[in-house]
Design a protein around this ligand. Sequence first.
Ligand SMILES: Cc1cc2nc3c(=O)[nH]c(=O)nc-3n(C[C@H](O)[C@H](O)[C@H](O)COP(=O)(O)O)c2cc1C
Length: 197
Amino acid sequence: MTELPPFYDDLAGCLAEAWRRLEEGAAHQSGFHAPALATLGRDGAPRLRTVVLRGVDRERRTLRIHCDARSAKAAEIAADPRAALHAYDPKAKIQVRIEGTARLHGQDDVARAAWAASRPMSRICYGTAPGPGTPLPEGGAYTQPQDDAAVEAGFPEFRVVVLTAARLEFLYLARAGHRRASFTWDGAEPGATWLAP
Ligand SMILES: Cc1cc2nc3c(=O)[nH]c(=O)nc-3n(C[C@H](O)[C@H](O)[C@H](O)COP(=O)(O)O)c2cc1C
């Protein structure tokens, strides 16, 4: 039988493992590198899409994602900041679900720092014309910046989404018995409990 991980029957250990996996996902390609971000559509229906996790701060309980100001998700967050994030690593057999409040940063210190740390390849997207989600007569009927000045001109469309976790749910799949744990934050200390899987 495979050895059980140290966090198996340790609530605090499960929470630490969740943040460690998220941090790892933000740092490089791993099972948690490209989670799904859920927002509420303007019609009240759920909207879901893959995003790249760009940064994680476990002390502040924040997750950082980048998007275009012209995208549906940016408009949805501006209208209703409730958001959720889902990641699953099939190798680790760990799922993390986060619910919280998202805040958009554009043309402020947070956005400038994130833009400065972005690779030119990533910055190109923000100069795409027309904006994301615009119907096109053909699949290729859009343009992207062709030189450095045009790439930099995309900065006004660049948005940083900072999602602050109010709840985190951890699920570990194991033959010996799954472990599911919930963590909520009303104040500084998390409320932690095991849940039936
Ligand atoms: C692997 C992968 C990573 C992606 N990363 C991002 C991202 O970091 N930010 C983003 O806005 N869209 C990203 N996308 C595209 C979104 O999934 C989505 O198609 C697009 O942003 C439009 O979403 P919206 O209309 O809900 O705003 C990514 C897609 C894939 C497949």
